[in-house]
Design a protein around this ligand. Structure first.
Ligand code: AMP
Length: 224
C-alpha cells in the first residue's frame, strides 16, 4: 500500500527541517504547501498572486487554492510515490478533501499524522530569529544557527533575509490561526487512530521517534 504521512505542528515546530532529514533516510517525497506557495509567489504565477496577501498577514490561503496545488502536485506523480505532507492539511475541509483525493488515487487513508509538540515560547524565538538564504533556501537562526559571516549564506554566499511572515506580529497571528484550526484536525486524526504525538524540542530525537513509528508499522505490514 502506498503510504501517506503528515507532519502537523505550529509554525516553527520544525516541520520543514524534520521533513528534509526524513527524506534523506526514507523514500517519502516531501510536499510542503508553504514552499510551493512561496515558489508561486516568487514566480508571480496566478496561484502566487492569489495567495500572497494571505501569506503576508499570516492568514490561511483559501482551501480551493491549496487543493488545486496539492492535486496538481499528486497528478505530477510519480504514481508509486509515498508522500509526506508538511503544513498540509491545515483545516478540517482540507483533511476531508485530502481523504477524497487519496481514495480517488487508490492510496487508502493517511497512515500516520505526527504532531510535533514544542513549547510556544520556543516556537516564537525560532521564527523571529530565522533567516533564509535568497539563493539556495538554506535556513539559519541569528543565535542558534548563525552563519559564519552575518547576513551571508555559508553554502552559496547568497543574501540572508527574514521571511515577511516571521516578523513578531505576523508570528503571533500565525500561532493564533494554528491554535484555532489545530484542535479540530487533531480530533479528526485521533478519531482515525493515526495521530502520534512527538516531543519535538530536539531535532535528532524527533527524527528517531518518527523513524521508530515508521519502522514499526513497516514490520507490522510485512507480517500481514
Ligand atoms: P508555512 O511555510 O507552512 O508556515 O506556510 C506559510 C504560509 O503559507 C501560511 O502562513 C499560510 O498563509 C500559507 N499556507 C501554507 N500551507 C497552507 C495550507 N495548507 N492552507 C492554507 N494556507 C497555507
Amino acid at each position: 500500500m502506498l503510504e501517506t504521512i503528515i507532519l502537523l505542528g505550529a509554525p516553527g515546530s520544525g516541520k520543514g527541517t524534520i521533513a528534509e532529514e526524513l527524506t534523506n533516510v526514507t523514500e517519502y517525497i516531501h510536499v510542503s504547501t508553504g514552499d510551493m506557495l512561496r515558489e508561486a509567489v516568487k514566480a508571480e504565477h496566478e496561484v502566487g498572486l492569489k495567495a500572497k496577501k494571505y501569506m503576508d498577514e499570516g492568514e490561511l490561503v483559501p482551501d480551493d487554492v491549496i487543493m488545486e496545488i496539492v492535486r496538481e502536485r499528486l497528478d505530477r506523480g510519480p504514481d508509486e510515490a509515498h508522500y509526506m505532507f508538511d503544513g498540509f492539511p491545515r483545516t478540517i475541509e482540507q483533511a476531508q478533501l485530502l481523504d477524497a483525493v487519496l481514495t480517488r488515487d487508490g492510496r487508502g487513508r493517511v497512515a500516520h499524522v505526527f504532531l510535533l509538540e514544542v513549547p510556544e515560547e520556543v516556537v516564537v524565538d525560532r521564527l523571529e530569529g530565522r533567516r533564509v538564504c535568497r539563493g539556495c533556501g538554506a535556513v539559519y537562526h541569528v543565535r542558534n544557527i548563525p552563519p559564519e559571516k552575518e547576513g551571508v549564506c555559508d553554502e552559496c554566499g547568497g543574501e540572508l533575509y527574514q521571511r515577511k511572515d516571521d516578523d513578531k506580529n505576523t508570528v503571533l497571528n500565525r500561532l493564533d490561526v494554528f491554535r484555532k484550526q489545530a484542535e479540530e484536525l487533531i480530533n479528526y486524526y485521533d478519531g482515525q487512530g493515526v495521530l502520534r504525538r512527538i516531543d519535538a524540542l530536539d531535532r535528532e530525537k524527533t527524527v528517531q521517534a518518527i523513524l521508530a513509528v515508521l519502522n514499526d508499522s513497516t514490520e507490522t505490514h510485512d507480517q500481514d
